[in-house]
Write a protein that binds this ligand. Sequence first.
Ligand SMILES: Nc1ncnc2c1ncn2[C@@H]1O[C@H](COP(=O)(O)OP(=O)(O)O)[C@@H](O)[C@H]1O
Ligand SMILES: O=C(O)C1=C[C@@H](OP(=O)(O)O)[C@@H](O)[C@H](O)C1
Ligand SMILES: [Mg+2]
Length: 176
Amino acid sequence: MRTPLKIVLVGLPGSGKSSLGKQLAKQLNFVFIDLDHLIEQETGKKISEIFAEQGEGSFRELESFYLKKVLDGVEGFVLSTGGGTPCFNDNMDLINEKSVSVYLDVPLEEILRRLSGDQIGKRPLFAGLGQGEVILKLKNLLASREMYYLQSKIKLRGEDISPEMLISELMTFFRN
Ligand SMILES: Nc1ncnc2c1ncn2[C@@H]1O[C@H](COP(=O)(O)OP(=O)(O)O)[C@@H](O)[C@H]1O
Ligand SMILES: O=C(O)C1=C[C@@H](OP(=O)(O)O)[C@@H](O)[C@H](O)C1
Ligand SMILES: [Mg+2]
């Protein structure tokens, strides 16, 4: 595999971008960047506070700004985006121009299992929703976002996508 690289993970909330990104970066000895975490660090505010105080529009502007900054930076990183990142402004085009994009396509039932409990409260898009409403929200998000996710260079489907699976797909991608 040609290294170093820029690897960007995309997918629905709960698909495992943040968790898998961290593990993948460790295995590849790359820098790990979580876009939400970076925004929180740079603004000194939680994502939920930005949504509540400034609205989603402001969050999307911040998200595009920091995405561009990371993509323009030095190679050798894994970037975990937020679920909406590829779907606003020209973000998906930029991601594909500057990196190897990977779509984590996890079945909705599995995402629903993962997003129960404390995980919902951390995600403003799901705040205050009951179980039935969460599945409806996920279905709606997938319907409107899949067209962006599917533009990814690598697509992985499964309930438990491991760093090893991803590394194997990356090697195939670069062989072809
Ligand atoms: N492969 C997996 N199997 C089971 N649970 C997982 C897996 N990957 C992530 N999770 C759990 O699902 C939740 C959401 O994962 P996270 O990495 O934050 O997703 P994302 O960043 O895509 O929203 C977390 O509680 C995490 O521990
Ligand atoms: O899907 C979305 O629009 C969002 C997903 C979140 O990230 P995760 O996908 O890591 O939950 C975070 O960026 C923000 O709450 C908005
Ligand atoms: Mg995340």
